[in-house]
Structures are given as structure tokens and as C-alpha cells.
Design a protein around this ligand. Structure first.
Ligand SMILES: *[C@@H]1O[C@H](CO)[C@@H](O)[C@H](O)[C@H]1NC(C)=O
Ligand SMILES: *[C@@H]1O[C@H](CO)[C@@H](O)[C@H](O)[C@H]1NC(C)=O
Ligand SMILES: *[C@@H]1O[C@H](CO)[C@@H](O)[C@H](O)[C@H]1NC(C)=O
Ligand SMILES: *[C@@H]1O[C@H](CO)[C@@H](O)[C@H](O)[C@H]1NC(C)=O
Ligand SMILES: *[C@@H]1O[C@H](CO)[C@@H](O)[C@H](O)[C@H]1NC(C)=O
Ligand SMILES: *[C@@H]1O[C@H](CO)[C@@H](O)[C@H](O)[C@H]1NC(C)=O
Ligand SMILES: *[C@@H]1O[C@H](CO)[C@@H](O)[C@H](O)[C@H]1NC(C)=O
Length: 392
């Protein structure tokens, strides 16, 4: 929980090396992970990327499932294979076209790391989820991580200081991220990049998440992209019954996999989803995100686990794990005896609350106030509540 006095303390001490009174008497466990919990929910986290590594939710019959992807040990995250499991990509999540942007007529070039260096993904090769955050607070139901991202790192202008707080309340995982650009104007867009399999890979019928049911009630539109998933400036309609229609009714992630339109829907020769859906909630006037309904819902009939995601963010990226190829191991807390313990193609769903991707290169979208932050701007904030329920 952020109190206003804590926030103003952080704001005034941000430029100097911040040292909060820490209370780390609660962790880490033998695998280097830190636990927080509440009734019906238990999560493990690590400083590397401020990542969630495990999330245990009771399914049908009270059987606990670990519903997020990750690795068994904190140090496993530092390997070459870096799927951005459960971390906070920063300082600018998703893709930056041509690894460049302009602020106040000055062009900045950031370090490319994708598509033969044609663009920058998730803040570049040393983005935030390749770094250790600092734990600044830890109680039995909450943990706060911080990072100081220096001026010029990855080519971004100015220092950014960010705090990521995860809190558990009954059946709910709450995320609050704040970030302050302390010295210069710079782009900031953050998210939680969590991969989900609500069966904990224990469904004997399938190792995939294609039967998970997905709903985006506010998302009649999506961002148009080119062959390498870079926004081209267009906003496209998700026509009723089309493959991208998750708004008119919930449907399974795999419902339209064999429809011809699914091929190429997520870039060149890619069949499935890696799309940024807009969240249009303002048409009926001001709203409070806490009680304007979930922006997304994912559910598995097999495990009985459903997650409703509430957020203040105005877009939602969903990726159906097309790139998984049976090489990434699942955790020892997941899986079913007799089946290969690796993540298969379509084995998961990534869900990211965020803003309209690459808006820094689409000035006509007029979202500058949500993407460019400086010493005189309001603090960047992101909030999301993941509320779990279970069918009998
Ligand atoms: C730190 O944690 C210990 C053990 O949980 C607790 O007794 C103590 O009150 C905590 N101190 C602060 C400053 O929160
Ligand atoms: C990419 O950015 C560079 C400057 O960094 C510029 O010279 C080049 O024209 C840009 N290319 C495209 C296709 O926008
Ligand atoms: C990336 O840029 C190179 C030139 O630097 C070009 O040959 C290539 O086709 C581009 N696109 C992709 C997807 O690699
Ligand atoms: C993160 O911290 C761990 C544990 O102290 C250390 O072994 C590892 O090298 C650090 N990684 C980075 C990227 O700093
Ligand atoms: C997935 O769902 C479909 C349609 O509801 C059903 O026919 C099929 O048996 C399910 N498959 C698995 C592997 O659970
Ligand atoms: C997609 O699946 C839904 C649900 O089964 C169906 O109603 C719709 O017609 C399908 N759309 C396409 C393009 O196949
Ligand atoms: C398209 O994808 C398929 C299946 O992954 C692959 O076999 C094929 O070589 C790819 N085609 C091209 C042109 O990359």
C-alpha cells in the first residue's frame, strides 16, 4: 500500500541512492524466492525482473495448481533463454519501431534487440527484466521491489526510479507500479509480463491452453501491426465472430485456430495471437476501474480456475505462446506424470495490462501524457487486481 507520505518521501529522495528501512526477515527460501500470501492465494517472487515465479491457487476439489510459468530456482532466470517469464519489462515494454523516437524535436536512438536489430523489445538487451531489483519492503502479504535506471542506459534519456508492489488479499493478487522520471523527459510504459496456464500443466488431456476461455468485454478494437508486430498507426475493428472477437462473447483461445484469418494474425507466418487490444471504457462517462468490471477474464473448465483482471490501463496485450517449442522446462510444481515436462506451442497465455503499444511513434494517437514523463509530470502509475475464483 502506498501512503502519500511514503510517495512524497520517495519523490524527494529519488535522485540520491534510495535506502528504505527494509525488513527482509521473511525470506528468501532455499530457491532464492520470497513468499507472500493471503486466504486462497500464495505467490513467490524474485528480485530478478521483480518477477512472479509461482502462484498457487486452489482448483476444483481444493487441489492447488501453480498457474504461472517460471523456473524452479531464482538463478535459472539468468540463463540465455530469456522468455521474460513473469517480470516487469522496462523502461518501455513491447516494441519501439526502428529503435528510435523523438521528444521535443530531439531524436533518441535506443539499443535494438529483435528482428535482426530492426526494433527494440521490452527496453532492449538490458531491459529491466534482465536486472535485479532491490527489495525495499516485505511482509507476509506484500513485497515491494525498486529499480534505479540510470540516464543513458540502453540509450534512454534521464534517470527513472520505479517501485513495484505486489500485495495478496483473499483470492486476489494486486499489482501497483509507480515510476518517476527524475531528471529528463523519457518514455515510460510498464507491465507485468506473466505467462499463464490455469491447469498448471496437469490436465492429462492437453498440455496446451487452447481450451482456456478468454473474454475482453471492452475490446472491440486492436492496434494494427506489420509483419514484425510493429504498429503501423491503424486501429482495426474486431468484427463480431472474427478471430479477434473476444468482446461479444467469451471464447476458447483455440476456437478459431484453423480459420484462415488466424494465419498471419500475429505477424509473418504466425498463427494465433500476439495482439494489443484496446480497452474502451470511457464511452459512458467517468469510471472507476475497481468497479467497472474486469478488462479481461481467463478461465479453465478443467481446473475450475478463473481469473478476472481489473486494471486502470487502456490496452491489453494477449500472446498465445506460438513461439514455445517444447524446449523450456516446466516447474517441478507443475505437470502430470508420464508427459514431457516442457512447455509446448500454445501451452500458455501471456496477458499484459499496459497502454497502446509504441504510442511514442504514433503522435496522431495523442497519448503523449501517458507515454512521456519528466521531472514535472505526474508519476507514472499502473494498477491491476487479479481476482481468482474456482468452480466446484
Ligand atoms: C520486521 O519484521 C519482524 C518479524 O516479522 C517484525 O517483528 C518487526 O516488527 C518488523 N519491523 C518493521 C519495522 O516492520
Ligand atoms: C530508422 O532510424 C534511423 C535513425 O536512427 C533513420 O536514419 C532511418 O531513416 C529510420 N528508418 C526508418 C525506416 O524509419
Ligand atoms: C531488418 O533489417 C535488415 C537490414 O538491416 C533487413 O535486411 C531485414 O529484412 C529487416 N527485417 C527483418 C524482419 O529482419
Ligand atoms: C542477481 O542477484 C543474484 C544473487 O545475488 C546474483 O547471483 C546475480 O548475478 C545477479 N544478477 C544480475 C543480473 O545482477
Ligand atoms: C477442448 O474443448 C473442446 C470444445 O469445448 C472439447 O471438445 C475438447 O474435448 C476439449 N479438449 C481438451 C483436450 O480438453
Ligand atoms: C470463431 O469461433 C467462434 C466460437 O466458436 C465462432 O462463433 C466464430 O464463427 C469463429 N470465427 C471464425 C472466423 O472462424
Ligand atoms: C511457416 O511456418 C511453418 C510452420 O511453422 C514452417 O514449416 C514454414 O517453413 C514457415 N514458412 C516460412 C516461409 O517461413
Amino acid at each position: 500500500m502506498w501512503t502519500s507520505s511514503l510517495l512524497s518521501l520517495l519523490a524527494t529522495t529519488a535522485v540520491a541512492q534510495y535506502s528504505a528501512p527494509s525488513n527482509n526477515t521473511l525470506g528468501p527460501n532455499a530457491d532464492g524466492k520470497y513468499e507472500i500470501s493471503s486466504e486462497g492465494i500464495r505467490g513467490l517472487f524474485i528480485p530478478y525482473g521483480a518477477s512472479v515465479t509461482n502462484l498457487f491457487i486452489p482448483g476444483k476439489g481444493g487441489v492447488e495448481r501453480d498457474v504461472v510459468l517460471g523456473f524452479d530456482k531464482a538463478l535459472d532466470y539468468e540463463g540465455k533463454d530469456h522468455p521474460h517469464f513473469g517480470g516487469v519489462p522496462g523502461r518501455y515494454a513491447n516494441r519501439i519501431k526502428n529503435s528510435t523516437f523523438v521528444i521535443d524535436d530531439v531524436r533518441y536512438n535506443v539499443v535494438p534487440n529483435e528482428n535482426n536489430n530492426n526494433d527494440t523489445l521490452h527496453g532492449g538487451p538490458n531491459g529491466w527484466d534482465y536486472r535485479n531489483f532491490t527489495i525495499v519492503a516485505h511482509t507476509k502479504d506484500s513485497i515491494t521491489f525498486s529499480i534505479v535506471d540510470p540516464d543513458g542506459e540502453m540509450g534512454f534519456p534521464g534517470e527513472v526510479v520505479s517501485y513495484v508492489t505486489y500485495t495478496m488479499t483473499p483470492n486476489t493478487w494486486k499489482i501497483k507500479i509507480v515510476a518517476m522520471a527524475t531528471t529528463k523527459k523519457t518514455p515510460i510504459m510498464l507491465t507485468s509480463h506473466t505467462y499463464w496456464n490455469l491447469d498448471g500443466f496437469a490436465n492429462p488431456e492437453t498440455p496446451t491452453a487452447l481450451n482456456h476461455t478468454f473474454h475482453l468485454p471492452y475490446s472491440g478494437q486492436r492496434v494494427g501491426v506489420d509483419n514484425i508486430l510493429i504498429p503501423d498507426g491503424t486501429i482495426l475493428p474486431n468484427e463480431k465472430h472474427s478471430v479477434n472477437d473476444f468482446w461479444s462473447a467469451p471464447k476458447q483461445i483455440g476456437a478459431n485456430l484453423t480459420a484462415p484469418e488466424s494465419h498471419g494474425n500475429c505477424g509473418f507466418n504466425c498463427t494465433g495471437y500476439d495482439n494489443c487490444y484496446l480497452v474502451n471504457r470511457a464511452q459512458n462517462g467517468p469510471y472507476d476501474w475497481h468497479n467497472s468490471g474486469p478488462v479481461a477474464t481467463l478461465a479453465s473448465e478443467w481446473s475450475g480456475i478463473k481469473v478476472d483482471i481489473y486494471s486502470d490501463q487502456e490496452a491489453f496485450q494477449m500472446y498465445s505462446c506460438i513461439g514455445q517449442n517444447g524446449k523450456t522446462p516446466i516447474k517441478s510444481t507443475q505437470g502430470v506424470a508420464g508427459r514431457e515436462a516442457f512447455v509446448q506451442q500454445y501451452g500458455c497465455v501471456v496477458m499484459e495490462v499496459q497502454d497502446w503499444i509504441d504510442a511514442i511513434n504514433q503522435p496522431e494517437w495523442q497519448r503523449e501524457s501517458k507515454h512521456i514523463f519528466g521531472p514535472n509530470s505526474p508519476t507514472y502509475t499502473l494498477e491491476a487486481d487479479y481476482v481468482f475464483s474456482t468452480t466446484k
